[in-house]
Design a protein around this ligand. Structure first.
Ligand SMILES: Cc1cc2nc3c(=O)[nH]c(=O)nc-3n(C[C@H](O)[C@H](O)[C@H](O)COP(=O)(O)O)c2cc1C
Length: 213
């Protein structure tokens, strides 16, 4: 092997170690923790030009980072707010990694509790989730299988520990070819311990949802 090939192989190996190590090492420890006091809600008036009567913010979160991001988005856009909760609770700690890897490898569709929504009521659906094993958690696959998003606008957001959106926004476009999928917002889970109000505001502005006067 010549020097160039060895260098390329080494660089690729280092990138893999950083991404995989990043979420294994920090993913489980750098989280804000789920807050069970944050309840589903209806009819919040938003602070943007979006018509909040037509907005749903829905999210899945296991260790709280995505919940915190969802809550910030909800503060700004209003509408209805729902948490996707598994019928069968996930294990914690290292077991969560093993369990969810198997779930993904088996292409499972874990059930979630009734969200008490009628999708016909909404035009804009903000959908949030953490990155799990380089893709959406399988419960999000169940979510997209469950509803018909034709004609709706989906606005994805996610938290992660190195993968960014990992191509999941494209995956959502493939799931929902008859929906409009806008540019999503990926944020590092570790960054959710600090205030993300401005980041969310700028992102919404970039999508054309300015602050209302
Ligand atoms: C089972 C599991 C798998 C994960 N896989 C990835 C991954 O592939 N890429 C990544 O960047 N982060 C990964 N992470 C880190 C999470 O995406 C990150 O900690 C996220 O903020 C957790 O969100 P939550 O607190 O809303 O559950 C993983 C975490 C867990 C628990």
């Amino acid at each position: 092997m010549n020097k160039k090939v060895i260098t390329v192989v080494l660089v690729i190996a280092i990138i893999i170690v950083i991404v995989v190590g990043g979420f294994l090492l920090f993913g489980s420890s750098r989280n804000v923790g789920i807050d069970n006091n944050i309840k589903n809600q209806d009819d919040k008036v938003g602070k943007t030009t979006l018509d909040s009567d037509k907005v749903l913010v829905v999210y899945f979160s296991e260790t709280g980072n995505t919940q915190k991001l969802a809550q910030e988005i909800y503060e700004q856009v209003g509408g209805d707010f729902r948490r996707i909760e598994p019928v069968k609770a996930y294990p914690t700690g290292q077991e969560l990694f093993d369990y969810t890897k198997e779930e993904r490898d088996n292409n499972e569709r874990p059930k979630f509790k009734d969200l008490n929504i009628n999708l016909d009521d909404y035009d804009y659906i903000f959908v949030g989730y953490p990155m799990w094993w380089y893709t959406l958690p399988m419960i999000m696959y169940t979510f997209f299988d469950t509803y018909d998003f034709a004609g709706k606008t989906i606005i994805p957001f996610n938290t992660h520990e190195g993968s960014g959106d990992g191509g999941t926004y494209e995956t959502i476009k493939e799931f929902e070819p008859d929906a409009t999928v806008l540019d999503g917002l990926p944020i590092r889970g570790g960054d959710m311990s600090s205030d993300q109000t401005e980041t969310v505001k700028e992102w919404l502005k970039g999508l054309g949802f300015d602050e209302s006067n």
